[in-house]
Design a protein around this ligand. Structure first.
Ligand code: FPP
Length: 243
């Protein structure tokens, strides 16, 4: 693959969907789908950052996902508790900085320990940022940002006039640039409360494959599609406008 002829987005978002359907189609249980999803995610993350993407954000567990069965929630939490600890070396070796977005409340102690472990270990890594959304909701992120800024105003640390887009971005769970390219696997065409502030001008792409099968080759196809998109940010690109 020759990446020189491709446009490389700075920030890619992925809504990881279809682990359950992937497992069902193979006669496996949902946990097997999540395990395959995680193993794919780990390799894919390195590939995506290797081609020059600087930020990768993924939706691994929403605040609403707690409504799933105790068994499924337990399995996903075990994955986070085990894998981010045991794969911390893998992220170090690949120079990936791992961060998390979401709320810590309701997360188990071993889950938080694993998240903190990989965050601290990889904090100086330079290849790119892997932002994993766990116990995350987009409305909740905006609500928490509003509370954070209101507190600054209340404590006279800033004036209302100081509130601008930059301060809002900095007051979210992580200070990240806008998402350029959003991928949701499995054919569903919804945003499902994922990174609403950061998605304002993103290009959307909805491949049919379930997440465990969304591998490097599938991502490369997505890049070809992204390269064809004409991004205008509300303006007009007079070079490409045909009418
Ligand atoms: C949605 O597919 C997927 C999830 C709710 C979990 C995503 C998790 C992973 C990819 C693996 C774990 C990752 C980490 C970081 C621990 P679904 O299971 O709802 O699929 P379905 O719609 O086909 O049932």
């Amino acid at each position: 693959m020759n990446y020189e002829n491709l446009k490389i987005p700075n920030h890619v978002g992925i809504i990881l969907d279809g682990n359950g359907r992937w497992a069902k189609s193979r006669g496996l249980n949902r946990s097997a789908g999540h395990k395959a999803g995680y193993e794919n995610l780990k390799e894919l993350c390195v590939h995506i950052l290797d081609v020059g993407v600087k930020y990768l954000s993924v939706y691994a567990f929403s605040t609403e996902n707690f409504k799933r069965s105790e068994e499924e929630v337990g399995y996903l939490m075990n994955l986070v508790a085990k894998k981010f600890k045991s794969d911390a070396k893998f992220f170090m070796k690949n120079d990936v900085k791992v961060v998390f977005s979401g709320v810590r409340e309701n997360l188990r102690k071993d889950v938080l320990e694993s998240m903190d472990y990989v965050t601290n270990l990889t904090k100086d890594n330079k290849k790119g940022v892997f932002n994993v959304c766990i116990n995350y909701g987009g409305h909740l992120e905006l609500t928490d940002m509003t509370k954070k800024i209101s507190k600054l105003v209340k404590e006279d640390k800033i004036k209302i006039e100081d509130i601008n887009e930059e301060l809002i971005s900095k007051s979210l769970y992580q200070d990240l640039p806008p998402i350029d390219f959003l991928i949701r696997t499995s054919g569903e065409q919804r945003v499902s409360n994922f990174m609403l502030w950061q998605l304002s001008y993103a290009e959307f792409y909805f491949p049919k494959v379930h997440f465990p099968d969304f591998n490097k080759e599938e991502f490369n196809k997505a890049l070809i599609e992204y390269t064809k998109r004409d991004r205008r940010f509300g303006g007009i690109n007079y070079e490409t406008k045909s009418n």
